[in-house]
Write a protein that binds this ligand. Sequence first.
Ligand SMILES: [Zn+2]
Length: 489
Amino acid sequence: MAAKLRLYNTLTRSKDDFVPIDPENVRLYVCGPTVYDYAHIGNARPIIVFDLLFRLLRHVYGKQAVTYVRNITDVDDKINARAARDCPGMPHNEAIRVVTGKTEEQFHADIRALGVLMPEDVNEADQPPRFVEPRATEHIDEMRMIIERLIARGAAYVAEEHVLFSVSAMQNLSGVPKYGAFSKRSLDELLSGARVDVAPYKRDAMDFVLWKPSGPQDPAWASPAGIQTPGRPGWHIECSAMAWRHLVQAFETRLTCADPNAREIFDIHGGGIDLVFPHHENEIAQSCCAFETPRMANVWMHNGFLQVEGEKMSKSLGNFFTINELLQDWPGEVLRFNMLRTHYRQPIDWTVKGLEESEKTLDRWYELAGRGETAFVSDHIVDALSDDLNTPKMLAELHALDGQSAHEELGANLRALGFLLEGAEAWKARKQSALNVDAAQVQALIAARKEARASKNWPESDRIRDELAALNVVVKDNKDGTTTWEVAR
Ligand SMILES: [Zn+2]
């Protein structure tokens, strides 16, 4: 019998036993990407971490007893700017669809390579969907509904065709948390942080936008609250609306909570640690005030930051990597493996050395475990994951199975964890082809270089050296006159 599931909860700042509201329908929401550019490797972390949680929940509660919602933000000012830049001359709405459609497709291809379950992998034709990937633009009605409710309760107001959430009004409502309680910020701190974002239409610097008017270059929908000018939603309201639609309203008939105040609450909300404030604080403010609940979700989980070779990843430092770029050099499973070597709440240092070690281990396990069953067959593995997704411990348990020559068991667990997705032959062949494809070409270039050097044709010899370098080949001239080469990482 596997151990009880325990999860660290940002809400309580402690690791607690997980108690689902309805064990026959455990409900999980994770903030997904804003689709305007390639996702970077930091974006891959929550995708992989919560994919693992989803797999674990499906194992513990049953495949039809978990609903996972991971949204796609396809309305955002960054998208508008990108559409104007990339598609000049195209009607703006069309340009936005081009940008979001292309980026979404790329995102799906990238994360599929990381061994992440996709809706089409888990949803069955005759069952309600267990993995929903809603788009913000398809939930404008729900956003308007929540905004109207907030206005009706006095928690939001209209000013200069904007709708704003009133932080001070929330502090006076009963039955809802205090604003700032989730991120543990005092009103003083919040105020000093909010001063940078002063706008004339705000009653209070801390108030945040629920809805704003659209200019001619912006996507636009009919506005709520009798505002005549068409507008568009703020970012935070999108998640409140999608979570409500797919985790609350979708199950309205079966939600029979003893506590009537818990009807609009779901089980787990996840995302990156950078979303705690303001995004999640604001989601909580909106959902709790609109539905008069003490919580939006019972458990809040946040993954830590990602650094590259000990430094903050940034375009200016030249250490900024998209998932797509990394996939050109490494199999997706190596990226996934490397991500899970660090516990999800710790900051992760993303290094080439770590990737090389991950690849070496996977090479070995591909060799040993081949094809076979896909299932969490070892209590030790499930126990490690049940301890707040302790993936370093989980990997130690996998190594232990390797040490005991329990190769079938090793393989079954690895496949359940999203590894060994192709056959050992395919894995090896792909890696071989990466190394072998140019072997004949490399030999020919080395021979030509030798000839050029013998005839003292230095420009030609240099040109060939550069060509070899472009193939990622490192050439070594040995003292005995021979030349050896290898493919550099
Ligand atoms: Zn969100």
